[in-house]
Structure formats: structure tokens, C-alpha cells
Design a protein around this ligand. Structure first.
Ligand code: NAG
Ligand code: NAG
Ligand code: NAG
Ligand code: NAG
Ligand code: NAG
Ligand code: NAG
Ligand code: NAG
Ligand code: NAG
Ligand code: CU
Length: 591
């Protein structure tokens, strides 16, 4: 059987049929990672990470219940690690989650490594590097999981990616960002926005058809509003979760989020239209004069025909809400067993750098990946201390329902992503959440990435039903090395019983000169000497009291919404404020 599959692969390669080899539920890819020079915005040539000498890389496609196999050959002169964003890895495949120094050591240069895991969720996902800020060097690929029993009907299925684009490589940008001269934490501003990884992407629509457009936000930082002139859209999926059909004129998405919409095309080919992807200014500390915030791509019915006029921007204001897209399969809000309260902020720390902090502590990467620690530390695995003084570890019992409150004191929004689970979005609002009464939705949004508004909060709930180690972090790529991350561990004893740490994983750490087993310091038991620690905000009590007093004072003021209200030159979001507070969640019941 295996040989037959190999033969099919060989034949497929000879006839250049496909780079994937599909056999008996196994979908296999060979990825040769190398550098390549590209110029997708036509403004500047730069080095990217290519897959099989191709950039943008071809999307990964498979069907639900297939096993995805990716053989990585790292021919870069830097390490890498690959994460399938939104895939829950809940079939004992935690070791393939690909979060650098959380579930594995990065794959060293000139090293081969194979990912292999079953995929039981259908929908729109993406695969990206989870090593430092490397995905902004182009190592990011759509991952589409088809369902033979798809409940929605459509004729065509297309991918639209939106992303920001930097001319500098990510290491140069990171050096400038995490720098003593950048105490305000001003993030690098991209030079362009790309649709399908190109400045001049075009689309063709056939008349009288139903299209499913899978929109994926692969940005490092930019948030976009996406719309099509003259066409309406029905949201049917967020983050790999089918939703009740929701009629909108535009969708906006934070980094990491995905939305599928159904679009009925015109029944004649008389005109062509434009797809818009407008970057929301709220994510940027400043807007350079030469940055094109509003990008467009033509949608052709017939290239000979004229374009329809652009829509009146007022049609497209904020009718999509990433916290209010109830799932198709209704599920009431989970009853929380335990509450965890994360207060997040950015501030100067004792190392002279601006860090993101959770309850006053910046995340520091342990010397041993946390999953390696769990699987090699024996009876200490249920002690959060062994994962490191600053890995911000929280431990859950199997099937405990966790209510996680994220209070954001920062004046920028942060899209948070949980590995290994989707979560229910219970509430989102301005100011501080401190158990005040909220209208709990009847059928809460269920997704894996949610925007936490500036100076606002989000309350999410999830069932800790996935034994192992799961990263929880801001998906603004710059904020990961800045420390806006935490480690969640579920049922460590059960994880030890059901998983083993393969020698190959340990070897990869050793090849990089790091310990592959033991606690966060690579030692036994509770001896944590040498584990990264000691970086703390300079204002020790981090002025929480003062900041909260201010926040409570302004909590009645309409806040910066997650989707930015816009500036004068941002035609699609000219409304100054969109009041979202708890409004979208009102139709729920008081719990
Ligand atoms: C996009 O099209 C414009 C106008 O035709 C052209 O000047 C530019 O070079 C193109 N950009 C790329 C990246 O092909
Ligand atoms: C995938 O597997 C699950 C569990 O075995 C099964 O319930 C489901 O019907 C399968 N889906 C498809 C499309 O084969
Ligand atoms: C694999 O995933 C399916 C679907 O989530 C679940 O029903 C099954 O129990 C999982 N198997 C293991 C070994 O975790
Ligand atoms: C990695 O795999 C390739 C085939 O894909 C092989 O040619 C190469 O020798 C392998 N390298 C190492 C270091 O094992
Ligand atoms: C993608 O996410 C970023 C960061 O949150 C955001 O600024 C950008 O607008 C998003 N793009 C889209 C199309 O929503
Ligand atoms: C941790 O595990 C040890 C033995 O494996 C057990 O004695 C201890 O009670 C556990 N502690 C907690 C907090 O679960
Ligand atoms: C979370 O912590 C913050 C800061 O200490 C506090 O103001 C807030 O009331 C807490 N919220 C909850 C739900 O405990
Ligand atoms: C909020 O409720 C939780 C659990 O009921 C409790 O532990 C916490 O102290 C409360 N926080 C505040 C600020 O009331
Ligand atoms: Cu962030």
C-alpha cells in the first residue's frame, strides 16, 4: 500500500500533476525551504522564504479526516518551525503543534523534519512559521480542509489572502522594534498591503454563480476591511467554525482570523467590479505618507467591459463583528468552573526594553520547550514552577471549563489566539471587566482568534479537553517576542500517559546547543537556576491602580473600537465611532 502510494507520487511528479501525493487519506507534501528574491508590490525586491522555489507558496489542500504529512527540508541559514493555525491537534498530536520552544525546538538549518497529524476539522486555516517573527518573511500558506458533506451550496471555491508587506527582513525590523531606542514600542509599519501576495492580483467571476470566498488574514499587524463593490456577502464560516448565515457588506479581520463568505455573482457580464482591502489605521502608531492604506483588486466578468463605479463607502461600515458570528450548530455558553484574569499592557522593563506583560510579567522563552518538560520531568509535571519563572503557566484539570478574562490597558488592540481549541466569545467591551453583569449570548461565537479592543476587555470560555501544552498569545507577530504570551497546560499526568517525547525531538534541541529535556533550565526537579527570568516592569506595581482609576473614569466614553473608526483619508471607515460595547451580545440571556 505504501509503495503504491509512493508510485502514485512519482507518477504525479513526472506529469507535474500536483506537488501533493494523495493516497488513502494521507496527503503528503515535500517542502524544500530556501530563500528567493521577489518583488510582489513592484516597489522593492526582497528576500523571502520560498517553498520548493515557489513564492507565494501553493495552498495546502486536503479533506476532513485526512492525515496531513509535511516533510520539511530546512535549507535556510536559520531555524524554522511550522504551525497549523486553528488545527486543534486533539488526536494526541500535541507534539506536532509547531509552536517554537513551546511544543518543540525549532528545526535547525540543514535539518529534515516531518510533521504528521490527522485533521478532523473542516474549514479555512493557515500554516505559518512560529519561529520569532519569521512568518513575515513569507513563510505562510493557506490550509483548506474540504468537507464532502459541506452543508452550504456553492459553485466555486476561492482563496483570498490579505497581508501586510515589509521591505526589510523581519530580523532587521525586530531589532529595531525590541530596542532600547524604541521605548514607546512603536511597531514597524509595513510598506504595502497585498491581496493574494501580490499588488496586482486579479479575480475572475463567472456570471450567475455562487462563490465561496475564503478570506484569510495573514498579516503581521495590519487589519483590513474587505468588500466587493456592487456585491453582497453572506458570512458562513469564522476560523474553521461554520456560522449562521450573516448578511454583510464588508468583513474586517485581525491577524490570524479567517472568514468565508458566499457571494452571488451578477447574472450578466456587463461590468467589472473592484475588491477592496482597506487597512485600518488603528494598528499603526503612525501612517507614512507613501503607505497605500486602501488596496484594490479588479474582479473581471469580461475584460473588455468597463468598471462599475466604486460603492458609496457609507454602505460598508462595520456590519460584520468578529465577536458576533454565532455558530451554525448552536451551543449554549459553557458554565465556567474557574476564572483566570489576564491584565495586559505594554511598558518599559528592567532590561531597558518595551515588553508586553500579562499581570505584570513578560513571557520569556524557556530553555526547554514546555511540552518536552512535561514529558520528561516525571512527577513534577503538575507543578507550574518547572515550566519556568516567566512562562506564565496555568494548569487545568481535564474538562474544566475555563473563563479567561483579558483586560487590555494598552491603547492598541490585540488579537489573541489559543492553540489547540476554539473558544466561546462571551463578552467584549470597553474599560475593565470585573465581574459586572453582562448579557451572555445564547449561542456564542466560537472561534480561535479574537480581537481584544484597546483599553477594553474580552471574556472567553473554553473546555480544557485537550491534554498537553497550548500556547496562548497575541497574533500581532511583533508582540510575541515582546512577551505577550502564556502557556496553558491541561491534565499533565494524562498527557504523560498518552504521549511520549520522541528521541528525534530531543536531538533537534541538542543540535541547536540546547537541552532537550528537564525543566525550563534544562535541569531536574525544581532546580531552575539558569532559566530565563528577572525581567520585570520598571514601575513595580505597574501603576495599575492609577491606570484603572483613569479607565473607570472614562469607561462611559465611547472607546476605540476594534475596527478603527478611521481617519480622513480612510474612505471606508469615515464614521467616527462605531459603538459596539455589549450591543452585539444583547440578544442573549442574563446568566
Ligand atoms: C502592477 O501594475 C502596475 C500598472 O500596470 C505596474 O506599474 C506595476 O509594476 C505592477 N506591479 C507588479 C508587482 O507587477
Ligand atoms: C470524519 O471522522 C469522524 C469521526 O470518525 C466521522 O464522524 C465523520 O463522519 C468523518 N467525516 C467524513 C467527512 O468522513
Ligand atoms: C480524535 O479526534 C476526534 C474528533 O475530535 C475525537 O473524537 C477522538 O476522540 C480523537 N482521538 C484521540 C485519540 O484523541
Ligand atoms: C533531507 O531530505 C532530503 C530529501 O528530501 C535528502 O536528500 C537529504 O539528504 C536529507 N538531509 C538530511 C540532513 O538528512
Ligand atoms: C489582518 O489583521 C491585522 C492585525 O490585526 C489587521 O490590522 C488587518 O486589518 C487585518 N486584515 C483584514 C483583511 O481584516
Ligand atoms: C502531582 O503529582 C503527584 C504525584 O504524581 C501527586 O502526589 C500530587 O498530589 C500532584 N499534585 C497536584 C497539585 O495535583
Ligand atoms: C482582573 O484584574 C484587574 C486588575 O487587577 C481588576 O481590576 C479586575 O477587576 C479583575 N477582573 C476580574 C474579573 O477579576
Ligand atoms: C470575579 O469572580 C471570580 C470567580 O467568581 C473571583 O475569583 C474573582 O475574585 C472576582 N473578581 C472580582 C474583581 O470581583
Ligand atoms: Cu498584540
Amino acid at each position: 500500500m505504501k509503495q503504491l502510494a509512493t508510485l502514485t507520487c512519482v507518477l504525479a511528479s513526472i506529469f507535474l500533476l500536483s506537488i501533493s501525493c494523495i493516497s488513502a487519506g494521507k496527503v503528503e507534501y515535500d517542502w524544500n525551504l530556501e530563500y528567493k528574491k521577489v518583488n510582489p508590490d513592484g516597489l522593492h525586491e526582497r528576500r523571502v522564504i520560498s517553498i520548493n522555489d515557489q513564492w507565494p507558496p501553493a495552498p495546502v489542500k486536503l479533506s476532513v479526516n485526512d492525515t496531513l504529512v509535511i516533510h520539511i527540508r530546512n535549507r535556510l541559514n536559520e531555524p524554522t518551525v511550522i504551525h497549523a493555525h486553528g488545527i486543534n491537534q486533539n488526536n494526541g498530536s500535541n507534539i506536532y503543534d509547531g509552536a517554537g520552544m513551546v511544543t518543540q525546538c525549532p528545526i535547525p538549518s540543514n535539518y529534515n523534519f516531518t510533521y504528521e497529524f490527522p485533521v478532523t476539522q473542516a474549514g479555512t486555516f493557515w500554516i505559518h512559521s512560529h519561529f520569532k517573527v519569521q512568518y513575515m518573511d513569507g513563510l505562510r500558506v493557506p490550509l483548506i480542509v474540504y468537507d464532502p458533506n459541506e452543508p452550504f451550496e456553492y459553485d466555486e471555491d476561492e482563496i483570498i489572502t490579505v497581508s501586510d508587506w515589509y521591505h526589510e527582513d523581519s530580523y532587521t525590523n525586530l531589532e529595531q522594534y525590541m530596542n532600547e531606542d524604541n521605548l514607546d514600542g512603536v511597531e514597524p509599519i509595513p510598506q504595502s498591503g497585498l491581496i493574494n501576495d501580490h499588488a496586482n492580483a486579479t479575480f475572475n467571476f463567472k456570471p450567475g454563480k455562487m462563490y465561496r470566498l475564503r478570506i484569510i488574514n495573514m498579516s503581521g499587524i495590519a487589519t483590513f476591511g474587505v468588500s466587493i463593490d456592487g456585491h453582497e456577502m453572506d458570512v458562513i464560516e469564522v476560523d474553521g467554525v461554520r456560522t449562521k448565515t450573516r448578511h454583510v457588506r464588508s468583513v474586517y479581520m485581525a491577524a490570524g482570523q479567517r472568514v468565508s463568505v458566499l457571494v452571488k455573482t451578477k447574472d450578466n457580464t456587463g461590468k467589472n467590479y473592484r475588491l477592496h482591502a482597506n487597512m485600518a489605521p488603528v494598528m499603526f502608531d503612525y501612517i507614512p505618507d507613501d503607505l497605500q492604506m486602501n488596496i484594490e483588486a479588479p474582479i473581471y466578468y469580461d475584460k473588455e467591459k468597463p468598471f462599475a463605479p466604486r460603492d458609496d463607502p457609507s454602505l460598508k461600515k462595520g456590519d460584520y463583528d468578529d465577536a458576533f458570528t454565532p455558530p451554525l450548530i448552536e451551543a449554549p455558553a459553557l458554565k465556567a468552573d474557574r476564572q483566570i484574569n489576564f491584565t495586559i499592557d505594554f511598558m518599559e522593563n528592567t532590561d531597558g526594553l518595551n515588553h508586553g506583560v500579562i499581570n505584570g510579567i513578560p513571557y520569556l522563552t524557556p530553555l526547554v520547550p514546555s511540552l518536552h518538560t512535561l514529558l520528561s520531568i516525571g512527577e513534577y509535571a503538575n507543578n507550574t514552577a518547572v515550566y519556568g519563572p516567566q512562562s506564565i503557566t496555568h494548569m487545568f484539570e481535564l474538562n474544566q471549563v475555563i473563563e479567561l478574562v483579558i483586560n487590555n490597558l494598552d491603547d492598541g488592540p490585540h488579537p489573541f489566539h489559543l492553540h489547540g481549541h476554539a473558544f466561546q466569545v462571551i463578552a467584549r467591551g470597553s474599560g475593565i471587566y470585573s465581574n459586572q453583569s453582562i448579557d451572555v449570548p445564547r449561542n456564542p461565537t466560537y472561534r480561535d482568534t479574537i480581537g481584544v479592543p484597546s483599553e477594553g476587555y474580552v471574556v472567553i470560555r473554553f473546555r480544557a479537553d485537550n491534554p498537553g501544552v497550548w500556547f496562548f498569545h497575541c497574533h500581532v507577530d511583533w508582540h510575541l517576542p515582546a512577551g505577550l504570551a502564556a502557556t496553558f497546560i491541561t491534565a499533565p499526568e494524562l498527557a504523560q500517559e498518552t504521549m511520549t517525547l520522541p528521541q528525534e525531538w530531543i536531538d533537534m534541541c541538542i543540535a541547536a546547543g540546547q537541552p532537550g529535556t528537564g525543566n525550563a533550565a534544562g535541569k531536574d526537579g525544581l532546580d531552575l537556576e539558569g532559566a530565563p527570568s528577572g525581567i520585570r516592569p520598571i514601575q513595580d506595581n505597574f501603576m495599575l491602580g492609577a491606570i484603572i482609576a483613569t479607565l473607570i473614569g472614562i469607561s462611559t466614553v465611547i472607546w476605540h473600537v476594534w475596527v478603527d473608526p478611521g481617519t480622513d483619508d480612510d474612505e471606508n471607515y469615515e464614521d467616527d465611532q462605531i459603538k459596539m460595547d455589549t450591543q452585539p451580545l444583547l440578544q442573549g440571556q442574563q446568566e
